[in-house]
Design a protein around this ligand. Structure first.
Ligand SMILES: NC(=O)c1ccc[n+]([C@@H]2O[C@H](COP(=O)([O-])OP(=O)(O)OC[C@H]3O[C@@H](n4cnc5c(N)ncnc54)[C@H](O)[C@@H]3O)[C@@H](O)[C@H]2O)c1
Length: 277
């Protein structure tokens, strides 16, 4: 049972990249607080499946879906206009969308991600989704929230890599020369560090308009990674394991509700202690 300040009855949250691994968890977290949702993603098929799944579990809340590419200012403005026309007042924005290269048994990082080979096209695309997308959504939806009587709150989903460098030894593959070894791409570090700057900027921008902006920096989520990787990363984490995908729900509930009403401009690092070692 949630205490009063966590309740989000009659509030509406928009989540970007909502059809992905953590997007569904953020949605579930807010639905547990009785929030209404506008779930957005570039992948409309997956979005439909997520809506059907969540509607079965949470029949009390309204769950709208809308295909949205966070790189397109026009589609963000069109959605904002549509929400205003339909009298849907946004209270919460979660900037979650990213091109998040998964390191799984059947999907390993590529050597084309190495700094020496990293193409300008890849750089521009990844920055445009993970960082520019968060800027554009904050600019459009944040301005609407700032102009509404109730204000609102923005949550940027960063990563433990907003505060530490990637440990490239984690991705090392036996039998490959140094120049062929896969790595976590440079864009990931740049985007996640950039989101912390965006958070601080927005947290202080709309003075007197009751807009709060914070970041959540999750550590890596267990998702069928190769055993060797799991052993290596677990040894870097004081709690000795990766996160379960549902372990960030309570933080999302806290950061998006009045439970955190005096928290603004903060980066909540939740990484099993990895970044303090
Ligand atoms: N999974 C983890 O271990 C982990 C750890 C720390 C931080 N994060 C961060 O959490 C967030 C979610 O990660 P995830 O693991 O759920 O990733 P994911 O790849 O499962 O989901 C990302 C979603 O974003 C969508 N997307 C991609 N391009 C888009 C665009 N142009 N416009 C709109 N949507 C777009 C994808 O369709 C996908 O549904 C990301 O910001 C990621 O960096 C994830």
């Amino acid at each position: 049972m949630l205490s009063g300040s966590f309740k989000l009855d009659n509030k509406t949250a928009l989540i970007t990249g909502a059809a992905g691994l953590l997007g569904i968890e953020h949605a579930t977290a807010l639905l547990e607080c009785n929030c209404n949702l506008v779930l957005t993603d570039i992948d409309s098929k997956k979005l439909n499946e997520v809506q059907n799944h969540l509607k079965k579990k949470f029949s009390k809340s309204k769950i709208f879906i809308h295909e949205l590419n966070v790189c397109s200012k026009k589609s963000i403005v069109d959605l904002n206009d549509l929400l205003i026309k339909e009298n849907i007042n946004l209270d919460i924005l979660i900037n979650n969308a990213a091109l998040n290269p998964k390191f799984e048994k059947n999907n390993q990082l590529e050597s084309s991600s190495r700094l020496e080979n990293f193409s300008l096209e890849k750089w521009n695309l990844e920055i445009s989704v993970g960082l520019t997308g968060a800027f554009l959504c904050s600019q459009v939806f944040g301005t609407t929230m700032a102009n509404s009587s109730g204000g609102g709150c923005i949550l940027n989903i960063a990563s433990d890599l907003s505060v530490i460098a990637p440990d490239q030894r984690l991705y090392k593959k036996e039998g490959l020369s140094d120049e062929k070894q896969p790595v976590k791409p440079i864009t990931y570090s740049v985007i996640k560090s950039g989101l912390i700057g965006l958070t601080r900027y927005l947290a202080t921008y709309w003075i007197g308009k009751n807009i709060r902006c914070n970041s959540l920096s999750p550590g890596g989520v267990f998702n069928d990674q190769p055993e060797e990787f799991l052993q290596k990363i677990s040894s870097l984490i004081p709690l000795g394991r990766m996160a379960r995908k549902d372990e960030y729900r309570a933080a999302v509930q806290f950061l998006c509700s009045d439970a955190s009403s005096y928290m603004n401009g903060h980066n909540l690092v939740m990484d099993g202690g990895r970044s303090i070692w």
